[in-house]
Ligand binder design. Sequence first.
Ligand code: FES
Ligand SMILES: [Fe+2]
Length: 379
Amino acid sequence: MTTTDPPPLIPTLGGNWYVDDRVFAAEQERIFERMWFCAVRSGDLADPGRFRRVRVGRESVLIVRGRDGELRAFLNICRHRGAMLCTEDEGEVRRTLRCPYHAWTYGLDGKLVAAPNLGALRTASGEAIDRVAYGLVPVALREWLGYAWVCLAAEPPSFEGDVVSAVTARLGDPTVIGTYGIEGLAVGHRVVYSVAANWKLIVENFMECYHCATIHPELTDVLPEFAHGLAAQMFVGHGAEFGTDIAGFTIDGAAGFDPLPGIRAEQDRRYYAITIRPQVFVNLVPDHVIIHRMYPLAVDRTVVECDWLYTEDVVDREQDVSRSAELFHRVNQQDFAACERTQPTMSSRAYRDGGVLVPAEHHIAEFHEWVSHRLEEVG
Ligand code: FES
Ligand SMILES: [Fe+2]
């Protein structure tokens, strides 16, 4: 091979990585239950008593706004005999969370506040019940970009090192993400997709644009460099530029809204895509931000919740976001259809040893190495 030869093909993971329940169980334990997991939009739980239940790895996690205004996360398990405390995905309680089985009742701070005959109950050593020790099991929670991120690890990894640095590495400058003011934006549109595909297929799809020219006609109309030019496809983090005749990031290229107030001139008319491992995609365009959160439910099933975020002014005045939201909704449908077309064949003997990555996809190999490495770590 000479230095002018194109880089060679690189092998992918074998098909069993996408269909084997044991692989998925290991990923739940060693990836989703150990890393920071973007769980809910903080603004969805604006009022005290509002809660949301999410699945993180194998656990059910409850996120609730306290009367003091704080968001907290707990394992959704009653400390008495283990009944699931909340069986609804979201809702609102007044002051307490009450187990429907024997009525042990917890404050929004997780403390045990009532139970039948609580005052008469004693521990094995004869002491009164400690209401904190018998309270809900807390889960670490951090708020960033207007989302509550939770971590089930007893000693969570550095949030800055794992989450913030993924964004900085992609955008180059740590101050850029702040210019979008994402924590202050409002949800103008949300779609929840139930995708019959392994979560890694969705990550890999998001990481490359080799497929863009084939399946994303509307997106490549807006971002022509996604249709040609390998370098542009590989470095989308540097910001793909809108086509010259494109006024905004909308389904037909018509004008969108005013640019977000903080962004700089060089960020205008550009699209940036960022993957935050293991389950978040951030898409930045001048007038809105699109955030995907994945909830891997089974080896072949992933729920993706996608938020389109706009200024409060756009959302409060009920401006029409449909043309703007339709573009990425179309992209999502096209991407998820491709993933669903790939999932059933992962168990074929033809894919036992996997496929190949072309040069425009070579960076996916690093994702594969990362997953393999996480699964090799001794539990
Ligand atoms: S299991 Fe919850 S009160 Fe008994
Ligand atoms: Fe795509």
